[in-house]
Design a protein around this ligand. Structure first.
Ligand SMILES: [Zn+2]
Length: 376
């Protein structure tokens, strides 16, 4: 499944994490089932987080607790969004694990105690040097050439790399890679043109990128997206972005009625019209809290590297990928498809896109307020 689909899969309603008091005590014995290739052990509950090591098929592991993360539908054991936190703080997808009863849910403290999250918080940076030859290396608002251009960094410029993200693959002077280095300024440069001796840590998947400081004399990226409007005029969103009990909820929910028209929040281009749901279920039926996925959704790309996502539509969106839409144009209708317990719109805003990921989701409430289209 594509990264963007995964982002949508994470933005689900009522993903409540049951907190078990026993979570910290007992570890659950389990076995890795990965016959074709070794299983990646990661620093977070998603495949875009850094792989720390691999485990061969049949390896015995100790699961400390489970967290809700990226939905994995390729594993041999089960289709699940549960990830197993091992006793050293690393994660493996539960889709590749044979075990007895499910391990207890991780406490919020356990979820955020990942080694690299601590490293990122400490502000440590990796030293690097631009190795781009005659052409300056472009520093951008996101990990792709389509992202907003901040400035050109001449060959030999010293860099402080905060962390790495996966983005557009680039072949450069140093290597061919999809990795982009996030600088301490918040800007991104392709790692293909960076000389360095150490491997920078992956950017924490749970931390939204800090807003880069715009270069002088260039407009702030978001200002280019034009007029913003409420996706569901007359209905209010409830706060719910990354709450302590639901840290993977990267949008807000606007309760409404089946069939209420959903409007494009700003002018843009339709990126995706997709059914995102757990295997064995249909987006054309009413969903439930026990089904994974955001159901029928539409993703729009706006100017300035901003994307919006609209989940749980009653049926396929009424727009097509590649289609241009105006602010306020109807793109679909409210429903309750996928991981949804009542008719509502799950609405996400991402910055520094494409691609969207949980890491670049921002709270839609202040964003929409700032853009003159309050939904709160
Ligand atoms: Zn939601």
């Amino acid at each position: 499944m594509s990264l963007s689909k995964i982002g949508a899969a994470l933005g689900v309603l009522v993903a409540s994490v049951a907190i078990s008091p026993a979570a910290a005590q007992a570890a659950t014995a389990a076995t890795v089932v990965s016959p074709k290739r070794p299983l990646n052990v990661r620093e977070g509950a998603a495949v875009w987080t850094r792989s720390l090591r691999t485990l061969p098929n049949g390896t015995a592991v100790q699961i400390e607790c489970q967290v809700k993360g990226q939905l994995i539908d390729q594993g041999p054991v089960r289709v699940t969004d549960q990830w197993d936190r091992l006793t050293d703080g690393s994660f493996i997808s539960d889709a590749w694990v044979r075990r007895g009863p499910a391990a207890p849910a991780c406490t919020p403290a356990q979820q955020t105690a990942a080694p690299t999250a601590a490293a990122a918080a400490a502000g440590a940076t990796t030293a690097g040097t631009v190795a781009s030859g005659a052409i300056p290396l472009k520093a951008r608002s996101g990990p792709a050439r389509a992202a907003f251009l901040y400035s050109g960094l001449p060959n030999g410029t010293a860099l402080n790399i905060a962390c790495q993200v996966q983005g557009e693959p680039i072949t450069g002077t140093m290597r061919a890679t999809a990795a982009w280095d996030r600088l301490d300024s918040g800007a991104y440069v392709s790692d293909a043109y960076v000389k360095r001796t150490a491997e920078p840590p992956a950017c924490a998947a749970t931390a939204a990128p800090a807003a880069p400081a715009p270069a002088p004399a260039q407009a702030a990226p978001v200002a280019e997206a034009g007029r913003w409007v409420s996706p569901l005029p007359g209905f209010s969103a409830r706060p719910g972005f990354r709450t302590p009990t639901n840290p993977n909820h990267v949008g807000v929910d606007i309760m409404s009625f089946v069939g209420t028209p959903i409007h494009a929040a700003a002018a843009g281009t339709v990126l995706e019209v997709v059914c995102n749901i757990e295997a064995g279920h249909s987006c054309d039926q009413t969903g439930s809290a026990s089904i994974g996925g955001c159901g029928w959704y539409v993703k729009l790309q706006h100017a300035g590297g901003v994307s919006t996502l609209y989940c749980h539509m009653v049926r396929r969106g009424v727009v097509k990928p590649g289609q241009k839409v105006a602010a306020g144009q109807v793109i679909g209708y409210v429903g309750s498809s996928g991981n949804s317990s009542a008719p509502h719109l799950h609405f996400e805003v991402h910055v520094h896109t494409p691609p969207t990921s949980p890491g670049n989701a921002i709270d839609p409430l202040p964003f929409m307020r700032t853009h003159g289209a309050s939904i709160g």
